[in-house]
Design a protein around this ligand. Structure first.
Ligand code: HEC
Ligand code: HEC
Ligand code: HEC
Ligand code: HEC
Ligand code: HEC
Ligand code: HEC
Ligand code: HEC
Ligand code: HEC
Ligand code: HEC
Ligand code: HEC
Length: 310
């Protein structure tokens, strides 16, 4: 189910074009998604009519992915071409009155996004958009995508990452300029590798692995375990118990500049937690400050209860 609907949709469309009689399942796929009763077919004029007056949008439509909607002839005009998005256009085409056609920027973000979701709501990627922090804060599809004047052709983006995201998320920008950071500005890792801009089921719109585990495991597979001796917080609180996921002044992206300060947040007598206090011989003489010099396998171990070796 990880494929966008659009793809499923298109497959259905293509299949239907090849096998003139559309199987019932395909017929269901689209209309099930429609939110309101479509207007009668007589109120649609077809893209060719629109193109006679709108050369620019016609070109971007033909060069972009949405020309493929023209293949859905069996599904009725409300699924085809310009009018699949802009709604029935007969009254507008006859009058050239801009008020008689759907203009996306004039709609509420929820409404315009729902139009896109008619075709794009299937699959995990967009399943939770209506409940996403983005839509809840009035950020809709057309804030990140443009159908007719995309700056980045792939995925019809208004801007490439991370600039697109920084445009609204100034507050996280300094994280990625810290001395140590995930190389997002350098293009090695993308915001959308960790976050789903279309929302999701976890906090901070974080993605999960295919096995529904922490997103970090998609790249740092060696940390996933399972280990014979797990280090509690790795599994219970997750990677962010110790790491700053965006960037840090610590070379291992730790939350504290010194590792002993991090470990002693939990491993002291004064803290009421499941973590045993560091033994008393761990006086804070130099020797015991570099905790991970001895406890090398902080993320868990298969051989040693105290994480001395992997
Ligand atoms: C006879 C010529 C003609 C035809 C046919 C036509 N339009 Fe238009 N359209 C216009 C004119 C003129 C405007 C108004 C431009 C303005 O007011 O700035 C317009 C405005 C629009 C707008 C709003 C533009 C904006 O800047 O907000 C959209 C969207 C639009 N048309 C889409 C369509 C679609 C989709 C079709 C086919 C169903 C279509 N038009 C058919 C002439 C036409
Ligand atoms: C996938 C949905 C979709 C399809 C298909 C589509 N449009 Fe649009 N159209 C939009 C959106 C969204 C906007 C708002 C501006 C943007 O995102 O680029 C828009 C804007 C416009 C405008 C306003 C002027 C402009 O360039 O922004 C016109 C005119 C227009 N479309 C005409 C058409 C015509 C003609 C077709 C078919 C050849 C068409 N559209 C197909 C979604 C669509
Ligand atoms: C906050 C910005 C943002 C919003 C809002 C947004 N998108 Fe996206 N979308 C993206 C980014 C970024 C990508 C590219 C992800 C990548 O490169 O992996 C993307 C990718 C896509 C893709 C192609 C990838 C796929 O898995 O299908 C589609 C289709 C898409 N978006 C549709 C939509 C629709 C429909 C909406 C509204 C319901 C929407 N987007 C809202 C940022 C956004
Ligand atoms: C009538 C159905 C339909 C509607 C409505 C629709 N789309 Fe699409 N969309 C498609 C199809 C079909 C594709 C092509 C999928 C493919 O090539 O596999 C597509 C492709 C895309 C892509 C590119 C995906 C990629 O992988 O690069 C983006 C982004 C996208 N649509 C966004 C939108 C947005 C934003 C809207 C609303 C303004 C919208 N779509 C409305 C059917 C639709
Ligand atoms: C390596 C994975 C990763 C990357 C790449 C990443 N993030 Fe995050 N982001 C996270 C995690 C994990 C959290 C949750 C932190 C927490 O729970 O303390 C988060 C939190 C956030 C938050 C909410 C909390 C805050 O810090 O303000 C925003 C907004 C955010 N990220 C935006 C972005 C943007 C924008 C980008 C790209 C410029 C990005 N992230 C890149 C993993 C990542
Ligand atoms: C048009 C403005 C806009 C764009 C572009 C945008 N966002 Fe957002 N985003 C917001 C708003 C507004 C919120 C909700 C308020 C907040 O948490 O900052 C939000 C929320 C989020 C959150 C949830 C934060 C939390 O604490 O739960 C994440 C994560 C996020 N955005 C990531 C991204 C990423 C990644 C991109 C780029 C692909 C992006 N955003 C693009 C405006 C935007
Ligand atoms: C898309 C892949 C990807 C994801 C997802 C990812 N990382 Fe990374 N991470 C990297 C890469 C690549 C590097 C190497 C950085 C470099 O060389 O610039 C790295 C480096 C690190 C480092 C520093 C490693 C060192 O060599 O010192 C830490 C710590 C880290 N990541 C933690 C996390 C955490 C925590 C998460 C989840 C919130 C996460 N990563 C998610 C790709 C990823
Ligand atoms: C967020 C709290 C937290 C932090 C930070 C933390 N730990 Fe732990 N640690 C625990 C808990 C809880 C346990 C015991 C339960 C468990 O392992 O499942 C534990 C267990 C241990 C054990 C095994 C103890 C035993 O008796 O088996 C060692 C060794 C250890 N931690 C070392 C460290 C080191 C070194 C650091 C710093 C790199 C560190 N811990 C950081 C919570 C923490
Ligand atoms: C209990 C604290 C703690 C937790 C929780 C934790 N880490 Fe770490 N991590 C560390 C410490 C301490 C280091 C530095 C080890 C060193 O200095 O040798 C480190 C180093 C790393 C490194 C770079 C060096 C290496 O071993 O590859 C990566 C990558 C990393 N962690 C990823 C993760 C991921 C992914 C998670 C979540 C599954 C996670 N960490 C959870 C404490 C933690
Ligand atoms: C020079 C090596 C060394 C360093 C450095 C070191 N430890 Fe230990 N640690 C040990 C030894 C040895 C044990 C005892 C193992 C045993 O009981 O067999 C131990 C045990 C522990 C235990 C288990 C206590 C218990 O009762 O189960 C914790 C927690 C711990 N250390 C935390 C830390 C922390 C936090 C630091 C950094 C401030 C640190 N250690 C630095 C060698 C070290």
């Amino acid at each position: 189910m990880s494929q966008g609907v659009a793809k499923g949709c298109l497959l259905a469309l293509l299949a239907a074009t090849v096998f003139a009689a559309a199987p019932a399942a395909q017929k269901q796929a689209a209309p099930a998604a429609s939110q309101a009763k479509p207007a009668p077919a007589s109120e649609y004029v077809g893209s060719d009519t629109c193109k006679t007056c709108h050369e620019g949008p016609a070109k971007s439509f033909e060069h972009g992915p949405h020309w493929k909607t023209e293949l859905s002839k069996h599904q009725g005009p409300e699924w085809q071409g310009c009018e699949a998005c802009h709604g029935p256009g007969k009254a507008h085409a006859e009058s050239a009155d801009a008020a008689k056609i759907i203009r996306f920027p004039k709609l509420k973000r929820e409404e315009s996004s729902k139009r896109c979701l008619q075709c794009h709501e299937f699959g995990e990627e967009h399943a939770n958009f209506l409940r996403s922090q983005h839509l809840k804060n009035n950020v809709g599809c057309i804030d990140c995508h443009s159908i007719h004047s995309a700056k980045v052709e792939s995925h019809l983006m208004k801007a490439s990452q991370p600039q697109l995201c920084y445009g609204c998320h100034q507050e996280v920008k300094p994280d990625f300029s810290k001395p140590f950071h995930h190389r997002v500005n350098e293009g090695l890792v993308k915001c959308s590798d960790c976050h789903n801009p279309h929302g999701g089921f976890l906090t901070h719109q974080l993605r999960a692995t295919a096995a529904q585990d922490q997103v970090c495991f998609t790249c740092h597979t060696d940390k996933a375990g399972p280990f014979a001796w797990e280090h509690g917080p790795v599994k219970t609180e997750g990677c962010v118990a110790c790491h700053m996921p965006h960037g840090s002044s610590n070379p291992r992206l730790l939350k504290r500049s010194n590792v002993n300060l991090l470990c002693l947040e939990c491993h002291t007598f004064t803290v009421d937690s499941a973590a045993p206090a560091a033994p008393s011989f761990h006086n804070q003489a130099q020797k015991y400050q570099a905790c991970t010099l001895c406890h090398t396998a902080t993320h868990g171990s298969n051989t040693d209860e105290f994480f001395f070796k992997p």
